[in-house]
Design a protein around this ligand. Sequence first.
Ligand code: DAH
Length: 339
Amino acid sequence: MKEKLQAILQEALTATQSVQTQQEAEELKVRYLGKKGELTAILKQMGSLSAEERPVVGQMANEVRAQIETAVREKLEIIKEKAIEQKLAAEALDITMPGKSNKQGRLHPLNTVLDDLIDIFQSMGFDVVDGPEVETDYYNFEALNVPADHPARDMQDTFYLGENLLLRTQTSAAQIRTMKKRKPPIRIICPGRVFRADEVDATHSPVFHQVEGLVVDKGITMCDLKGTLEQFAHEIYGPETKVKFRPSFFPFTEPSVEVDVSCSECGGKGCRVCKGSGWIEILGAGMVHPHVLSECGIDPEEYSGFAFGIGLDRLTTTRYKISDIRLLFENDIRFLEQF
Ligand code: DAH
């Protein structure tokens, strides 16, 4: 019987070593230690033993039971630890994996410059007004002192939509709409898209942007025009920027000027940005023509005013050193992401 017990112990210990799963361990326990297990079966035969042998074999059986139990418990612990290790390994975060970036939108450079421009003029007391992109001939030309057969129409190649309907070639139409609606004092700017049938190249686009400005009040002079536009140029390009007023012609202003600023890239020496001249033209302006005032029901004897039209695209390309105006309209993400 002792030998049988020894044999069971050896067998059970060997079997325990090859156990792989928790279930196998439980089954093994039942096989050797359960009610119908092999050890129990031996113990049932204890009755046939002599009185001296019984306690000896009994003690031995207890030891065998204890050893098998310990071996199975230890094996179970190892199995559980392994399971935890495997689970941890499977759930581990790979912190070297590249993250998912959240794409953030940003303002188009034209809008950034426009926002700055609006801030500057609002701080000088200007209101922002809006006007239609589809205009009538009257607002775009006629009321601006450009009658049907006037050669000045050749200055702006126009997209006509019908006999009297067109895509506005200039935001100046907003001057007329404003003066017909409001009484002086008037101080407005009108930003917007304008359209001309121009060939596309690095500096021309059939769609571009202007910001119209208009001031009408008693006693407005060329000095007000100069002071306002100089202030604007200094705020946009910096206080060291030089501002030049050149005589020019527009049918709706008299006198008329064009305004250049010293090139911020080369400081006036001449470079690629200013095409070697040292100057960059940024706007047209002038004293509102008396015909235009009276057409809008404002007495030119009592009131005077100045107006200006800023080229927003030029302002933007020179500020960001953009070499081709087409980049502003192509909406290439690789370009826009740089701002
Ligand atoms: N509308 C003119 C253009 O497109 C720009 C301009 C010049 C606007 C003089 C004005 C102005 O208001 O007074 O070329």
